[in-house]
Design a protein around this ligand. Sequence first.
Ligand code: 13P
Length: 288
Amino acid sequence: MGLVSAKEMLEKARKEGYGIGQFNINNLEWTKAILTAAEEAKSPVILGVSEGASRYMTGYDTVVGMVKGMMKNLDITVPVSIHLDHGSFEGAKECIEAGFGSVMFDGSHYPIDENVQKTKEIIKYAKEKGISVEAEVGSIGGEEDGVVGEGEVADPKECKRIADLGVTMLAAGIGNIHGKYPKNWKGLRLDVLKEIQDITGQMPLVLHGGTGIPTEMVQEAITLGVSKINVNTELQLVFAEETRKYIEAKKDLEGKGYDPRKLLLPGYKAIIAKVKEKMEIFGSVNKA
Ligand code: 13P
């Protein structure tokens, strides 16, 4: 199947009632682990790339080149989409040029009229190249790569305005936040999610801040129209934990345990296991 836009996979997920994971990549190990997990689970997958993570990997061209090369060398057959996460207006345009299959333009921090106007322009630009577009209404709380959101609850009428522009998928703030949830977090506003679903019809909805949301709540959100769930922090946490264990057990001091291919292996394996666990929860296993 290879590299694709996220449109077909999300429309199929929306129709059949399951979710597709967007797992953010940071480097080669992350990308290899997520692609391997998707292939083993026979699940479609979306590789999320924030502008910060892209800069870390030296830029959009490197990201596209690395993913393309890995797809070929690893014989990946499941549908994979490279997706810009929380893109700026300029970033979204650059990714469309660089060969991404999907972009998110996050205009949620603009007044709604400006968000509408800018989203419209990105859609026009992306459509010519068959690229899927995610838009956002009501910013997601927490901080991700310097993008700080207040954690708003989206206005369903504003969601409808953006959905009607012809976006492929819509992210709406429903009390979700990036990173770890505070102990006193009140949970997702599933009532608002339902209103958004009612008003936007078959539009695939996106749940950001997938880390730490209880399984039943995520699955209920999927029944209410969520077709894409973004997970980033949880992979970082398992990677860090396994790497710390390796160092604390002084395995880097045994033989050639300092070799990065050995040092990064436990964290890499933990990412594969976590991605597969999420795919089970989202219901995307064997849907490729
Ligand atoms: P988490 O880091 O909370 O998993 O959120 C990821 C995300 O929403 C990426 O856009």
